[in-house]
Design a protein around this ligand. Sequence first.
Ligand SMILES: C[S@@+](CC[C@H](N)C(=O)[O-])C[C@H]1O[C@@H](n2cnc3c(N)ncnc32)[C@H](O)[C@@H]1O
Length: 248
Amino acid sequence: MLKNIKNVIDKINRKPLEPRKAYDIWSETYDTENDNLVFKLEEEILDSLFKKADLSRKLVLDYGCGTGRNWERLLSFHPEKITGCDISPKMLGRLKVKYPAIDIYVIKKNSSLPLKPNSFDFILSTLVVAQINNLKEVFCEWNRLLKPGGKILITDLHPTVLSAGGKRTFEKDDRTYEVKNYIHPIEEIKKICGNLNIEVTGLEERLISETSIDFYKRKNALHIYKRFSGMPLVYGMLIEKKDETNKY
Ligand SMILES: C[S@@+](CC[C@H](N)C(=O)[O-])C[C@H]1O[C@@H](n2cnc3c(N)ncnc32)[C@H](O)[C@@H]1O
C-alpha cells in the first residue's frame, strides 16, 4: 500500500530530467539497452551516411559520445584518432573503461572545448541534438573545431515525433525516467548551417512503419505505435564545411 502511494506521488513529481543528471543515472545500464527501435533505425541511417564520409586516417570528434556506442564502427574505418566529449562524467567513465588511452573532455558550462580551431576532420554527434538548448552556439563551436573540407554527421529523434509528444525515456529500477528535450525542426538546423556557410549534403529519415509493429508488440506498446505510426522517428544529417582554399 505504502509502495503504491509512493509510486503515485513519484509519478506526479516526476519531471523530465536535465540531460547531465539523466545520463549519469542511465550510464549504469545504457550499454545493456537492447531491442531498441531508435538504435536499429539509426543504424540504417549511419550505414548510409558513413558511406559518404571517408574516415580513414582522419581526426574524429564524437560530441556527446556517451559510452562510445559507435566507437567499434568508427574504429573499423581506421581513423587517426577519436576524441570524445560529453556533459555526463559517468557516461564518459564507462567509455574510459572500454578505451583507457583516449582523450576525453567533460563539457561544463557552455559548449566550448579547450581545443584549437581546425582540430578535426569529422564531427559525429549521435542522439544528442535535441538535448541541446542553444543549438546555434554548439554549431558555431563545431564549425570552429572543424577543418575546411571537414564533415559533421548528426542523428537524433525526429523533431516531428517530439512535437507530437514523443519522449526520450529509459527504464531503471522499475522506474521510467524522461530526459528533457528541446525541439529543433529540420528547417531550423538547415538555417543554422546556412548562416555558418556549411552545407547540408545528406538527409535521411526513418518512419515508424508496419515493419516496426513487432517491436511495439514485444514492448506491450501498441497504443504508442497507433499514436505515432507513419511519423518519422529518427533522422540523420550530413553537413560539409566547404574548403574555400580549393575554390580556384
Ligand atoms: C542518447 S545519448 C547518446 C550517446 C552516444 N552518442 C550514442 O549514440 O550512444 C546522449 C548523450 O548526449 C550527452 N549530452 C546531452 N546533452 C549534451 C550537451 N549539451 N552537450 C554534450 N553532450 C550532451 C549525454 O550526456 C549522453 O551521453
